[in-house]
Design a protein around this ligand. Structure first.
Ligand SMILES: Nc1ncnc2c1ncn2[C@@H]1O[C@H](COP(=O)(O)OP(=O)(O)O)[C@@H](O)[C@H]1O
Ligand SMILES: [Mg+2]
Length: 242
């Protein structure tokens, strides 16, 4: 286990990793006892880092959306100091906070519908804390790295999940693939920051893309159905093959 957080000073060690906003949010979460230790980094993605953490000895996953992205640093070098643009920095932050909150509520909504997703525990600013999916401190592998014993069964279960997500939670994952499914005792859908409600103007095209990704992955592994067949079943529509 990594840094045990007894007080704020112990987080300062990581100032190189965490910017001021993130440190403040972490302090707050520690103070409110949502978090007692931060362990190693599990993943460094395009927009977020995921860390293993502990709360009262139990494992949690800490997803931290980066405030400083490469793009923004370049952008801000042109606009900081120019008072006319101070709102841009603020707007960017607000957007990231909104994104974090959205992932939290999407996960909550999916869970309410009975889906196997991480349990969202709390969010603050750019930080989302959720239940840890894994054994000990080792996360379950992504589906792409698993030698699946019964691919037909796992395929059917993921299609059922897409159906439940759409019809019960009224959400479309919108980035579903073998990268965003962890496989332990069963498949778990993760990474729902970009998920949209069914009334989003692009919901159906996102749904089709999710189905295509899953079918593409399983086609070489089992008898996957046609994209349009799954799409029509999930939506109750009668779309023709494009
Ligand atoms: N709740 C969790 N439990 C265990 N590992 C997780 C959890 N959430 C994310 N991870 C790990 O972090 C990786 C990236 O998480 P993800 O939400 O997909 O972020 P990104 O937006 O960077 O793709 C996952 O593939 C997984 O290895
Ligand atoms: Mg992901």
């Amino acid at each position: 286990m990594g840094v045990r957080i007894k007080d704020a000073d112990q987080l300062k060690v990581r100032e190189d990793v965490f910017d001021e906003v993130t440190l403040l949010a972490l302090y707050k979460l520690v103070h409110k006892k949502w978090l007692s230790a931060i362990g190693g980094s599990i993943s460094t993605g395009k927009e977020a880092n995921v860390f293993y953490g502990e709360r009262d000895g139990g494992g949690i996953a800490i997803k931290i959306y980066r405030i400083r992205t490469a793009n923004f640093t370049t952008m801000s070098s042109y606009i900081t100091g120019d008072r006319r643009f101070s709102h841009v920095k603020k707007a960017k932050k607000e957007l990231i906070f909104a994104w974090t909150k959205k992932e939290f509520s999407n996960l909550a909504r999916a869970r309410e519908a009975g889906l196997a997703v991480p349990e969202p525990l709390v969010w603050d600013r750019n930080i989302l804390i959720m239940s840890f999916l894994g054994e000990g401190e080792v996360p379950y592998p992504q589906l792409r790295n698993v030698e699946i014993e019964d691919p037909g069964e796992v395929y059917a279960s993921i299609i059922r999940d897409i159906d439940t997500l759409y019809n019960k939670a009224e959400l479309v994952h919108a980035d579903l693939s073998e990268f965003n499914i962890l496989y332990g005792d069963q498949p778990y859908l993760i990474d729902m920051g970009q998920s949209v409600t069914r009334d989003h103007p692009r919901a159906l095209s996102f749904l089709m893309r999710d189905i295509r990704n899953i079918n593409r992955f399983f086609r070489s592994r089992c008898n996957a159905r046609s994209d349009i067949d799954v799409f029509n079943e999930v939506t109750g529509l009668d779309a023709a093959e494009p």
